[in-house]
Design a protein around this ligand. Structure first.
Ligand code: ATP
Length: 359
């Protein structure tokens, strides 16, 4: 198991700063996911960990050992890590067992040790009975597990996974999420996972980093990213949160008092008095009006069927806001006026919107 420490790491490509002064620590044994919109720098962070890129500034340490920066550079092969790529990169002419044992042979392990480790790794990924098959005789999900078994057999301190589920269909991907969680628990190795799918990251990882334009927006457990986003970009990217400008009036016990569309509301948040943003998700709003809940008036702009119920996009007219999403059991036609009850939300300072890159 290896702890990962980045300190003020920057990586430039010509005019592009792919990674911009990034600092973070991932504890040993963590399941760590890097997410963010296309081009935000997550693959470059993974490649910096692997040693496939060198930082232009800053330092990187793995398992307490400085591996890059300050005049030092440890080659990828000497970093005690395994990589699993989207393409799996299996040898087509070798059996499953041959693919796994190949790297072990290069390391000089005895035939008996190679057999024992291959068996152990195949058992861990649930493919004991497939040792003699060739890659073309396996499904996509099975090939994926062989690629993972090949890394696990080397017993590295750290396994890097670059969009490993991208080539699988939606059904198989769901099944593999559960498999990855189990394998990570049993192997006890640090896993670093890159994905552009925030749902995948939230479902898998114990620690998620959200990147935007080369910078870390927030690193936190999924539950915290969802309920206490540090910026509007995180709120939007992680939970499809929409933002509404509000005036923060002050604290009211554990909540903030905010003014929105002429109404005073009490909402959780971390903003000082003054202009702010209220992040709202569909689950924070209902069309059924419970007595005593704050209400907002709006007009339905669009509706879509979401298997079971409808998602309405509602324009809070005059609020200068995004369209707000709310679920409805019955269809409501565009143009209809609706009243929404507010039961949640999260208030952010006004500056928190500045780094927004989405839509
Ligand atoms: P994606 O999800 O699309 O794979 P990403 O978040 O993984 O994106 P990176 O691949 O890390 O992003 O790229 C970050 C930025 O650096 C992008 O603007 C990209 O075009 C640029 N970049 C990455 N690698 C190189 C390279 N070898 N040469 C030039 N520019 C590069």
């Amino acid at each position: 198991m290896a702890e990962i420490v980045f300190q003020s790491v920057t990586r430039n490509f010509a005019a592009t700063t792919a990674v911009d002064g990034v600092s973070f620590t991932v504890p040993a044994g963590a399941f760590f996911a890097l997410v963010g919109p296309s081009g935000c720098g997550k693959t470059t962070v993974l490649r910096l960990i692997a040693g496939l890129e060198r930082p232009d500034a800053g330092t990187i340490a793995l398992g307490g050992r400085a591996v890059a920066g300050a005049g030092r550079f440890v080659e990828p092969a000497q970093r005690d890590l395994g990589m699993v790529f989207q393409s799996y990169a299996l040898w087509p002419h070798m059996t499953v067992a041959g693919n796994i044992a190949f790297g072990l042979g290069l390391r000089g392990l005895s035939k008996a040790e190679q057999r024992a480790r291959t068996h152990e790794a195949l058992t861990l990924v649930g493919l004991e009975g497939h040792a003699d098959r060739r890659p073309h005789e396996l499904s996509g999900g099975q090939r994926q597990r062989v690629a993972l078994a090949r890394s696990l057999a080397m017993r590295p301190a750290l396994i890097l996974l670059d969009e490993p589920l991208a080539n699988l269909d939606a059904h198989l991907r769901q099944a593999m999420l559960a498999e990855f969680r189990r394998i990570h628990r049993q192997a006890g190795t640090t896993f670093v996972f890159v994905t552009h799918d925030q749902n995948e990251a939230m479902a898998l990882a114990g620690l998620v980093a959200v990147m935007d334009r080369g910078r870390m927006q927030q690193i936190a457990p999924p539950q915290e990213l969802f309920s206490r986003p540090a910026s509007a970009m995180v709120a939007r990217f992680v939970g499809q949160g929409r933002t509404v400008p509000v005036e923060v009036l002050g604290a009211d016990g554990a909540r903030l008092r905010v003014r929105l569309m002429g109404r005073d509301l009490a909402v959780p948040g971390s903003a000082p008095a003054g202009p702010g943003w209220l992040c709202l998700r569909a689950r924070d709003l209902t069309l059924e009006l419970a007595p005593g809940q704050p209400r907002l008036a709006g007009r339905v702009a669009d509706l879509r069927f979401e298997g079971g119920d409808y998602m309405l996009s509602v324009d809070l007219e005059g609020a200068g806001a995004d369209l707000i999403e709310v679920r409805s059991a019955a269809p409501v036609e565009p143009g209809a006026e609706v009243t929404l009850a507010l039961s949640g939300g999260w208030v952010l300072p006004r500056e928190a919107l500045a780094p927004m890159a989405l839509q």
